[in-house]
Ligand binder design. Structure first.
Ligand code: DGY
Length: 382
């Protein structure tokens, strides 16, 4: 990396902030400039190595916005701390690439960007689900290859999802939004597994069922299962939405795949390592009616051998949150995390982050994951 790959905004700012990738929009730059930050942005598309990040932090650095593709280990947080670093924000809602304990040990608050990418990611998961069910990619390739010779009763038969059962693993914001889209749009019954009940979601499904009945239609069934295996074996679609940690890594493996229906659809828009990808390749090779729809991969950007040769796998390159609105919102929240901590504000920690997208954002850092351990107070004004 050379100097040509960095651009600087607000060069006279008194605090030095580095941003390891160019982010969309302008609002996030204004937020940092208003907090008196000189903003140094890496314009290279290649993923920075820890050595390159160390070099970028240099001798003085007050805060960093980093990427989910970077390994934010204890060593980097030590270096950030010794350069005077006071805050780090991931440009993502997920933070499995960040050693939170190590950051906390260095008293560095770690931010993330929840609440602005929920619908975008859920919509992508829905798109993948139907692309797999209706064999859209195979059919598209068929057209482009000039192989369409006329309508046939058996051409590209897929699966109807209407009134079938959607299984959701992890009913947090994105899982619940996906469940609602599949329920409202396609009247699917819901079977979900989540450490905590999602009462809001259950209440919604109950009321929606009452509405359907009032229209003379069958209601929707909703069950929180206490066993993940029940979801695997009962659902027609299984969509993964848990965080990636030691307890969820490879939750989809040979054993869990063997429980799934012969023609089930497995969707993953969370983190690739939830799935033992080599086991998935073997399963899809043996079961041509089974389908996988993937936005994320175990060792991004690589794919396990064989995955790309499978017609029953639909793949996109980790684009769940890739809408202009969501990505600009993520930039705003990441910048507001840095600005909030650098200005000594409390943390917001409310579900609704929309006030940060308006003209009069709250004087708070929107989302700091280790705020409790660092004893940072919570915003109380209304
Ligand atoms: C995240 O935010 O964690 C996604 O994977 C990228 O938007």
């Amino acid at each position: 990396m050379n100097d040509m790959e960095w651009m600087i905004e607000n060069p006279s700012g008194g605090k030095r902030v580095i941003v390891t990738k160019k982010l969309p929009g302008e609002r996030w730059i204004r937020i940092l400039a208003q907090a008196d930050c000189r903003v140094e942005i890496c314009t290279s598309n290649s993923i920075l190595t820890p050595e390159e990040i160390k070099g970028a932090i240099g001798r003085k650095c007050d805060g960093v916005i980093g990427q989910l593709t970077e390994d934010w280990s204890g060593e980097l947080f030590k270096i950030l701390k010794s350069a005077g670093g006071k805050v780090y924000s991931n440009y993502a809602v997920g933070y499995n690439n960040v050693d939170i304990d190590a950051a906390t040990k260095q008293s560095i608050p770690v931010g993330n960007t929840p609440g602005v990418l929920t619908e975008a990611t859920a919509e992508l998961a829905v798109s993948l689900t139907f692309a797999a069910a209706r064999r859209i990619v195979e059919a598209d390739n068929f057209m482009r290859a000039g192989r369409y010779e006329g309508w046939l009763p058996t051409l590209f038969l897929g699966d109807l999802l209407w009134r079938k059962t959607v299984g959701v693993i992890g009913a947090g914001r994105i899982g619940a939004a996906y469940a609602r889209m599949m329920i409202e749009g396609h009247k699917m019954n819901l079977l979900y597994y989540s450490p905590h009940p999602n009462e809001r979601l259950e209440d919604f499904v109950a009321r929606y069922g009452d509405f359907l009945e009032s229209q003379g239609e069958e209601p929707i069934l909703c069950k929180r299962s206490t066993s993940m295996n029940e979801v695997f074996s009962e659902a027609d679609v299984v969509s993964l939405h848990p965080v990636l940690n030691d307890t969820t890594r490879h939750m989809i493996n040979e054993a869990s795949l063997s429980l799934m229906k012969e023609n089930a659809i497995l969707v993953n828009s969370s983190r690739g390592a939830l799935i033992d990808e080599a086991a998935l390749v073997r399963h899809c090779q043996k079961h041509p009616d089974f389908k996988a729809a993937l936005d994320v991969y175990e060792n991004e950007p690589d794919m396990k051998p064989g995955l790309q040769d499978l017609d029953n796998v639909v793949m996109v390159p980790h684009i769940g949150s890739a809408t202009g609105w969501a990505r600009q919102g993520m930039a705003t929240l990441a910048a507001a995390n840095l600005a909030g901590i650098l200005l000594g504000y409390p943390v917001w920690q409310r579900q609704d982050v929309s006030p940060f997208l308006g003209d009069h954002p709250p004087k708070a850092a929107p989302s700091i994951v280790n705020f409790t351990k660092l004893d940072i107070s919570i915003y109380t004004e209304d």
